[in-house]
Design a binder for this molecule. Structure first.
Ligand code: 5GP
Length: 191
């Protein structure tokens, strides 16, 4: 998505540890008009999959997920992150290694909001090593829901996430694909 690439080049900052900071439009301040366009892109790609629900993880996946859900006219739910294991019969939970914070976190979603046989689209802000997506897949598996696709705003293609998810057969659709960070600059994959 060329407009997103342009925004990343204008506003993104490459930090140590292969982290891209995009606080000005995605990770803190939200660029609503951009989110709306991203929602349309996701919806156009996954429209024929009969999506019942979008699942994301708090917090930065929520904005793109909401706009995609509006376009697909489906439900939208976010998994909550927390530090320690919760013993509760009414939730699905999974453990995820956080790339940016370098700690294990539990992600949970209420059994009320993820149901058997639903077609679920996963959405997240970044794809690095695929751990957040793997955690969401685990939640869907516990519910008996079908993972119908994975929508990512910014994929760092030089990390392992895409390979891992593709190997498991998932349709991974990313709006911007970063090939590498070179001398502090973002280089995108060619179309
Ligand atoms: P993964 O689970 O695929 O290893 O990493 C994806 C998760 O880590 C995303 O949910 C995102 O919050 C965070 N993340 C990974 N890489 C970056 C990055 O370069 N910048 C930001 N802002 N978040 C990232």
């Amino acid at each position: 998505m060329k407009e997103l690439e342009k925004l990343i080049l204008e506003k993104g900052k490459v930090l140590e540890g292969n982290i891209l900071k995009v606080d000005s439009f995605l990770n803190q301040q939200i660029d609503i008009s951009m989110m709306k366009k991203m929602g349309i892109e996701f919806a156009n790609h996954f429209r024929d999959k009969n999506i019942d629900r979008i699942l994301t993880v708090e917090s930065s996946g929520i904005a793109p997920a909401v706009f995609a859900a509006e376009e697909l006219n489906c439900k939208c739910v976010f998994a909550r992150k927390q530090k320690s294991l919760t013993l509760d019969d009414n939730i699905f939970h999974s453990t995820v290694y956080s790339f940016t914070k370098q700690v294990m976190k539990e992600i949970i979603v209420s059994k009320e909001y993820l149901k058997e046989n639903e077609n679920v689209l996963l959405i997240d802000d970044f794809l690095a090593n695929g751990q957040a997506c793997k955690g969401m897949i685990a939640l869907c598996n516990q519910a008996g829901a079908n993972v119908s696709g994975i929508g990512i705003v910014i994929e760092k293609s030089f990390q392992d996430g895409r390979k891992l998810l593709k190997e498991e057969g998932y349709d991974v659709f990313s709006l911007a694909k970063i090939k590498e960070f070179k001398d502090g600059k973002v280089i995108f994959e060619e179309d």
